[in-house]
Structure formats: structure tokens, C-alpha cells
Design a protein. Structure first.
Length: 205
């Protein structure tokens, strides 16, 4: 019978390693741990970077929505202000043109240059122009100076009452007016003439 020592050696006996081999394994394990630690740190940094990007992305979206809403509402307000400003500018241009025309006409009035025959017509026209200017001024004043009180529109002026219908009154009216104006002189003249005639008559007797 063959001896037991002729059998194959125990394989577990071959797993035993020398101290040098164990040291290499420890070193290798430590190297792997360091590598894993660095990978973990890289993963943590990547996580923080992604979280920061997500925070900034949320900040961008919230800011975008907020500003879009504010700008939209502000544009409506600005558009309304532009339209109101354009309307006011048109009104001011109309007022400027109206005042300019009135001023030119009023400054061009020269009553001394009117003859006797054209005086009633020109006087009526000039008074009408002044009243038109006053009416336009009173109407426009609240638009150009809201804090300034508007002057009360005068009642029918004496000029209008006296000259408003001068053209229609014609020659007869002015003849009667002339007689009325010179009547005291006529009375004095007649009285003086009577006194003179009486004195002559008394002297002859």
C-alpha cells in the first residue's frame, strides 16, 4: 500500500504568503483606499457644483418671471403716459398756434389809422377779436396752468353794447349821435344869438 506521503501536498499550505507579500497587499489596499477617497471627494465637489448650478438656474427662472411681469405692467403704464403726453403736446401746440394768431392780430391793431367812415366797422371787428382772444385764453388757461384761477368772464361790455351793431345802425344812427353830442353847443349858440339879437333891438330903441 502506498504511503500517504506520496499524495499531493495540501493546497492551503500554498496560500500562505511571505511578510513581503502581505506588505505589498496592504500598500495596494491603501492605494485603492486613497483612490476611492479622491473619487469620493471629486463626486462631492461635482455634487456641490451641480447644486450651485441648480440654485443659480432657479434664481434665473424666478428673476426672469419676476422681471417679465414687472416690465409687462410697466410697459402698459409707459404706453398710457406716452399717449397722454402726445395728447397734451397736441393741445399745447393748438394753444400755442391760437395764442400766436391772437397776439399778432391784437398787436397789429392801430386805431389811430382808422378813418371816420371805417371807424365803426374796424372798431367792432377789433373788439370782437379781443373778446375772442379773451375767451380762448380763459379756455386754455387750465390746461397750461392748472393752479392759476380762471378770470371770470366779463358780462357784455359797454363796448359791445355801444358798438356791437355799429354796421347795422348805419349813417342815420351816427347822424343822430352826432346831433346828440353837439346839442349843448347848439343850445349855447342859439342862446348867444338870441341875446345878441335882443341887445341890437334894445339899442335901436
Amino acid at each position: 500500500m502506498p504511503s500517504d506521503f506520496t499524495k499531493d501536498p495540501d493546497p492551503y499550505l500554498e496560500l500562505q504568503e511571505s511578510p513581503e507579500d502581505l506588505g505589498d497587499e496592504v500598500q495596494k489596499t491603501n492605494t485603492e483606499l486613497e483612490k476611492l477617497k479622491r473619487q469620493l471627494e471629486d463626486i462631492e465637489k461635482q455634487k456641490q457644483r451641480l447644486e450651485e448650478l441648480k440654485r443659480r438656474q432657479d434664481e434665473l427662472e424666478n428673476g426672469r418671471i419676476d422681471m417679465a411681469d414687472k416690465l409687462t405692467r410697466s410697459l402698459v403704464t409707459v404706453q398710457r403716459e406716452i399717449e397722454e403726453s402726445q395728447k397734451r403736446l397736441e393741445q399745447l401746440n393748438q394753444i400755442f398756434n391760437s395764442f400766436t394768431q391772437h397776439l399778432r392780430y391784437i398787436e397789429g391793431i392801430n386805431a389811430k389809422a382808422w378813418g371816420t367812415n371805417e371807424l365803426p366797422k374796424e372798431l367792432s371787428k377789433a373788439l370782437s377779436a379781443v373778446e375772442d382772444a379773451r375767451a380762448d385764453y380763459a379756455k386754455a388757461l387750465p390746461k397750461i396752468a392748472p393752479d392759476v384761477p380762471v378770470e371770470a368772464a366779463p358780462a357784455a361790455t359797454g363796448y359791445e353794447a355801444e358798438y356791437g351793431y355799429a354796421e347795422e345802425r348805419g349813417f342815420i344812427y351816427w347822424l343822430k349821435s352826432g346831433v346828440a353830442f353837439t346839442l349843448p353847443l347848439w343850445v349855447l349858440g342859439i342862446a348867444g344869438l338870441l341875446v345878441w339879437i335882443w341887445s341890437i333891438s334894445a339899442g335901436t330903441h
